[in-house]
Design a protein. Structure first.
Length: 291
């Protein structure tokens, strides 16, 4: 039996879930939460992600702070073509509410929290630092995400997301309950100082999303959003999970679920190797599952 000791870099949903699964298998786990992680302010969880949270954590995410249920999605990809309404149940949730809940559930579980990174030594290194931890990334394009909080118009439905293609990008409006919402835009690249202007321009060409907004916060968040895959996600010295391994297109709505599945598979690979299994074979399987 080999030592069961892991060092996890990153305290997002993937990193915390991997920590929980290893702790349940009797591992010692040290966790470092880098201060500069790139995270979105709101996530929309599809049924697959919600079921994974239930099975891995026993968590009903609908009970978390700020959770808001959604029933439908209105999609308009082409001008002149009627929008399509889809029954698509989901849950809008502040990302920090989710990670805080998961983090709190690890209190008393034997997790050792470290303030800063340190050499892994004999520990298995799990990189869960999001896009910041992606080594030798293969990126598809230069897409950037713009996001800001908005106040919805009185007539705006609060049980429906609206996705609209406009000249220069696309807009995604997520109701958050109580008349609040999150507006997100995807554009093919955007300089840091032009985010607010670019978002205004996109809304100026909108026929569906813009009329649903009464006012928008002038502070606009800008972050990378292009699909990306690490070319070096799995090796004996380091295994990457979550967005550090595979960052999906935001329109897929499956990013968090993908991260949770990767965390579970990484924990299984490491535990099998500690029990005498072939680590290289397990890492190859993990890498293939990411492809």
């Amino acid at each position: 039996m080999k030592p069961r000791h892991a060092l996890i870099l990153g305290a997002g949903a993937a990193g915390l879930s991997c920590a929980r699964l290893l702790l349940l298998r009797g591992w010692q786990v040290d966790l470092v939460a880098p201060a500069a992680a790139i995270t979105g302010p709101v996530v929309v969880l599809n049924p697959a992600a919600l079921e994974l949270l239930r099975s891995m954590w026993g968590l009903d995410a609908a009970r978390l702070r700020g959770a808001h249920p959604l029933a439908r999605r209105l999609v308009a990809w082409e001008a002149g073509v009627p929008p399509v309404s889809l029954d698509q149940p989901a849950l809008a949730l502040p990302l920090d509410a989710l990670t805080q809940e998961l983090d709190t559930r690890l209190d008393g579980a034997g997790l050792r929290r470290l303030r800063q990174d340190e050499p892994a030594g004999e520990r298995r290194l799990v990189d869960a630092r999001g896009r910041l931890g992606m080594a030798d990334a293969r990126r598809a394009g230069s897409r950037m995400a713009l996001s800001t909080r908005v106040r919805l118009a009185a007539h705006a439905p609060e049980d429906r997301c609206t996705l609209e293609s406009v000249s220069g990008g696309w807009l995604f409006l997520v109701p958050l309950g109580g008349g609040a919402g999150m507006l997100q835009a995807m554009v093919p690249g955007c300089p840091e100082g032009e985010a607010a202007t670019r978002l205004q321009d996109l809304c100026g060409g909108s026929r569906l999303v813009a009329p649903l907004i009464d006012a928008a916060d002038p502070r606009v968040r800008l972050q990378p959003a292009m699909p990306a895959c690490s070319a070096d996600a799995a090796r004996p010295q380091r295994i990457a999970i979550g967005d550090a391994a595979l960052a999906l297109d935001p329109v897929s709505g499956d990013g968090l679920a993908s991260g949770l599945r990767g965390a579970a598979l990484a924990a299984a690979v490491l535990d099998d190797a500690a029990a005498g299994g072939d680590l290289q074979e397990g890492l190859q399987h993990y890498a293939l599952r990411l492809a």
